[in-house]
Design a protein around this ligand. Structure first.
Ligand code: UGA
Length: 441
């Protein structure tokens, strides 16, 4: 059993902390946000993640998981401290490291024996070295410590499964002592033969950016193919399926639609462009992926106009606000840009999301928030499917045809098809399927 201090109870920290406790380790999660810690002690999870509440409660009950606002208390008996605080994107697109560095300073002041200090937050290459200097400068006693990098590859909405059954675990270390400790933390995964990739620290830092950037490139690539498919009379569904059957390419992350959003891919693609520039290198492919992604909401608006004509004064139902299903996260969600563009066109917006409405309300209190997708569609001229939540996959189109003023449906996630919607009298459009698209007038 390893004694772990996890600093930061955001998405990454809380999921990792709860899962490590479930592995049998003793975990203390630390956060400066008192309200959050008070809530967690009572089992209140500060964001929506399937299964996390049960996992936290179980490990709290079994006394392997505790919460505190005091870093001193958190690292008192710890063998290892994980830094999992946020690294938001700054104005210029770089990762803002102020929270990570602040935690580093505090750890330096408190360190009184050997410890491994691990970054779990996604940090630019070189951060661990910089952090090491900061910690060393703050030491009050002559103690040894090791840095390590242990990037996470958790997807929101399925993060517990991703943690418990990962494709790989990457540990960036530069001493045997820290390697041994990191391997011990993940020992339960040896049973499932999880590959353990041991690298140097800089390499581990780069693995994370390279992985997320590649996923982003894959999504933008299929979105460009979708655009081309519409122009040449092809169907991106079949193109992606046939491409994906080539094992070198793979089927995943070839779904066209509104592009990538969320707190990770947009931030990490921008960050790697900066990291490369600072290193005197180029990231032209990632730049292109960002550009393709940026243009997608504009294409959706053009499709909406093609379906219902001039949008001024039209009532539009948006189904889904979260950046993807099974999360209440709206960070860099395509819905934000869509709302901006539709409001600029003078549309009235009726919106629904099963989990993300409270978060969206904080930024857009004036939209009409509805309790169901059906309520959102009442008297709408056009319904736009923005997030492919399961509950939007079997809509009652007889009901919608009655309740809506118009008869247009824009399917930004390619959930339905044109023959199906035409049966109910709808004009339908989607992304990348020439036979299913509404002809441009
Ligand atoms: C992503 C990575 O998948 C994780 O491996 C990584 O750990 C995480 O970022 C992170 O850096 O912490 P996440 O942001 O939760 O995870 O979401 P994804 O499932 O990757 O989806 C990202 C976006 O791409 C969503 O907006 C989704 O709708 C979109 N997407 C995904 C597509 O448009 N097409 C696809 O084929 C796949």
């Amino acid at each position: 059993m390893i004694r772990i201090c996890m600093v930061g109870t955001g998405y990454v920290g809380l999921v990792s902390g709860a899962c490590m406790a479930d592995f049998g380790h003793r975990v203390t999660c630390v956060d400066i946000n008192q309200e959050r810690i008070e809530g967690l002690v009572k089992g209140v999870i500060p964001f929506y993640e399937p299964g996390l509440d049960r996992l936290v409660l179980k490990n709290v009950d079994e006394q392997r998981l505790t919460f505190t606002t005091s870093l001193a208390e958190g690292i008192k008996d710890a063998d290892v401290v994980f830094i999992a605080v946020q690294t938001p994107m700054s104005e210029s697109g770089e990762a803002d490291l102020k929270y990570v560095m602040k935690v580093g300073e505090e750890i330096g002041e408190l360190l009184d024996r050997y410890m491994v200090i691990v970054t779990k937050s996604t940090v630019p290459v070189g951060t661990n070295r910089a952090l090491e200097k900061i910690i060393r400068a703050k030491l009050t006693t002559d103690v040894e410590f090791d840095m390590a990098s242990n990037p996470e590859f958790l997807r929101e909405g399925s993060s517990i499964e991703d943690f418990m059954r990962p494709d790989r675990v990457v540990i960036g270390v530069d001493s045997e002592r820290s390697e041994e400790l990191m391997r011990e933390i993940y020992r339960p995964l040896y049973l499932s033969d999880t590959p353990m990739v041991k690298t140097g620290i800089e390499t581990a830092e780069l693995v994370k950016y390279a992985s997320n950037s590649f996923l982003a490139v894959k999504i933008s690539f299929i979105n460009e193919i979708a655009k081309l498919a519409e122009a040449v009379g092809a169907d991106v569904f079949d193109v992606a399926k046939a491409m994906g059957l080539d094992k070198r390419i793979g089927r995943k992350f070839l779904h066209p639609g509104l592009g990538f959003g969320g707190s990770c891919l947009p931030k990490d693609t921008n960050a790697i462009v900066h990291i490369a520039a600072e290193a005197g290198s180029e990231m032209s492919i990632v730049r292109a992926a960002i550009e393709v992604n940026r243009n997608i909401p504009g294409r959706a608006i053009a499709k909406a106009e093609n379906l219902v004509g001039d949008l001024t004064g039209k009532t539009i139902a948006l189904l889904g606000l979260a950046f993807k299903p099974n999360t209440d996260d709206i960070r860099s969600a395509a819905s934000i840009e869509l709302v901006k563009l539709l409001e600029a066109k003078g549309c009235k917006l009726r919106v629904h999301d099963p989990a993300a409405m409270e978060n969206f309300k904080l930024f857009h209190p004036d939209l009409t928030y509805c309790q169901s997708p059906y309520e959102a569609c009442e008297s709408a001229d056009l319904a736009i499917l923005v997030t492919e939540w399961n509950q939007y996959r079997q809509l009652d189109f007889n009901w919608l045809a009655e309740a809506m003023t118009g008869n247009a449906f824009l399917d930004c996630r390619n959930v339905y098809d044109r023959p199906h919607l035409e049966k109910f009298g709808f004009k339908y459009d989607c992304f990348g399927r020439a036979d299913h698209s509404w002809p441009v007038e």
